[in-house]
Design a protein around this ligand. Structure first.
Ligand SMILES: C[S@@+](CC[C@H](N)C(=O)[O-])C[C@H]1O[C@@H](n2cnc3c(N)ncnc32)[C@H](O)[C@@H]1O
Length: 260
């Protein structure tokens, strides 16, 4: 009888291979099969050994070619066949990555697994664009949000709490709903001139960004059409980016004090 294998749910980080953990790299280099997502960068996939099988289960927004249940069953089937599986996910597996669901499915099936954390895109973005997510005297807390709810359900957030000026907001998957998010935040008291940075492909060679304000971000995003996955950081801490050397790229860069 074949001994059951093991699944490692591995965070690949935001894209730059140098931001992977040593453990993630070690597991990838020893993998016999890698099951990976759309957000895992090519630079990281290039590290997978030539002899290892690669299974792409990548999903696009609103277009999920491989249903989550099928991904779970693939992991279980491979492990039952005795394979040591690396389940490679963008960023951190437990941050809006459905890593918890996959872990639950593996646990229910009696498959040994481990979780290897990765640098989430919020942290990658903060470092790459010089935006401290908290800063003494400016921001005392940070909240991570999804800008997209299951089956496109309406966003149902504690808007009053999110409008707190001392809190930095990081919005994942927010491209389609950034207009609604900005409108709700200002309607609940967040200042319209609150700075916002939108970053696409953070930490990758093709990284791009724009700096805007809550009342302009939706229009600026339409005009800029940033390519790739986008993350937003909203809050006064964005002003520090200019002091730390990040240039303001926006359709009208002169209207935000941050660019001085
Ligand atoms: C399904 S979530 C996965 C998040 C991932 N588990 C993490 O920890 O970063 C996908 C969203 O993460 C964000 N994202 C992931 N990688 C990114 C990158 N390199 N640059 C900008 N945003 C990124 C985008 O908001 C994207 O829509």
């Amino acid at each position: 009888m074949t001994a059951v294998g093991r699944v490692s749910l591995v965070g690949a980080g935001p894209g730059d291979p140098d931001l992977m953990t040593v453990k993630a790299l070690r597991l990838i280099e020893a993998a016999s099969v890698v099951v990976y997502d759309r957000l895992v960068s090519q630079a990281i996939l290039d590290l997978v050994p030539a002899g290892a099988a690669r299974i792409n289960v990548g999903k696009q927004p609103r277009h999920h070619p491989v249903p989550q249940e099928e991904i779970n069953q693939t992991l279980i089937r491979l492990a039952r066949a005795g394979r040591s599986v690396v389940r490679l996910k963008g960023g951190d597996p437990l941050m809006f990555g459905r890593g918890g669901e996959e872990a639950l499915a593996l646990a229910a099936a009696g498959i040994p697994f481990e979780i290897v954390p990765g640098i989430t895109s919020a942290q990658g973005t903060a470092a790459a664009l010089n935006v401290p997510l908290t800063h003494r005297g400016i921001s005392s807390s940070v909240r991570y949000l999804t800008g997209h709810c299951r089956a496109d359900a309406p966003l149902d957030f504690d808007w009053q709490g999110l409008a707190d000026a001392d809190t930095t907001l990081v919005v994942y998957m927010g491209r389609a709903n950034i207009a609604e998010i900005a409108t709700e935040l200002t309607a609940h008291g967040r200042a319209p001139e609150t700075p916002v940075i939108a970053v696409a492909n953070a930490t990758r060679d093709d990284q791009s960004h724009l700096i805007s304000t809550l009342d302009r971000i939706a229009a600026d995003m339409d005009a800029a059409a940033l390519p790739g996955p986008v993350i937003f950081v909203i809050g006064e801490v964005v002003r520090l980016a200019a002091s730390l050397g990040t240039l303001c790229h926006a359709p009208q860069p002169d209207r935000l004090a941050v660019a001085e």
